[in-house]
Design a protein around this ligand. Structure first.
Ligand code: SF4
Length: 197
């Protein structure tokens, strides 16, 4: 298993499949090991993440780790705790509006199922509408967030993207930050055996 994972990791790190799509050299970013208890799948790295080579090392990550998960960086980046990947492994470039371009679909088609087949996780956390739509096609995003899901036979929890660009959604659905994330945080802390206050 470890050998297979090491080979796959190498294959993804050397992937340059999207050279024709990007204005920059592809730079795949993901983190964690096959024994991670939680597999987290989000949209794609931001420019800051690409520059620092550290997933969720940006404003979105601050909200995700500090406000929502309420865990320290040494837990989040512990390869036995989280396997951190996304449907697009490389920063896709700036979009026409305020956000980044959408991740190229070919990335998830190429890599995601292979990665997830090697991770011995207990639960999935899926972050953002793009990742949710890829894994649960044609389902209502709000329903996905507010109800427990199952993915590949394991419990799965869907979160909105923590990006500040999503502020309107947080205001529209206050029950997420007031109630739903509290339930999901408890599940995360239980699985990681973190002491609850
Ligand atoms: S986005 Fe995915 S498919 Fe495209 S170059 Fe990066 S790793 Fe390869």
């Amino acid at each position: 298993m470890d050998e297979k994972f090491a080979q796959l990791k190498q294959d993804i790190l050397s992937c340059r499949e999207c050279r024709d799509l990007f204005q920059h050299e592809p730079c795949p970013i993901f983190q964690g090991g096959p024994m991670a208890k939680i597999a987290q799948i989000s949209q794609a790295p931001s420019l800051k993440v690409q520059e620092t080579q550290r997933p969720f090392n940006d404003v979105s990550g601050k909200k995700l780790k500090q406000e929502w998960y309420q865990i320290e960086d040494d837990v989040f980046y512990n390869p036995h705790c989280f396997y951190i990947t996304s449907i697009g492994h490389c920063y896709p470039g700036k979009g026409k509006g305020s956000g980044d371009k959408l991740p190229p679909k070919r990335c998830a088609d190429l890599w995601l199922a292979k990665e997830l087949s090697l991770i011995q996780n207990e639960i999935y956390i899926i972050i953002g509408a793009q990742a949710a739509n890829y894994l649960f096609p044609n389902q209502n995003f709000q329903d996905l967030i507010f109800k427990d899901q199952v993915l590949y036979g394991k419990p799965a929890y869907v979160l909105p993207h923590p990006s500040p660009l999503n502020r309107r959604w947080f205001k529209q659905y206050p029950a997420f930050e007031q109630e739903r994330i509290v339930e999901i945080r408890r599940i995360i802390h239980n699985i990681l055996e973190l002491d609850e206050e």
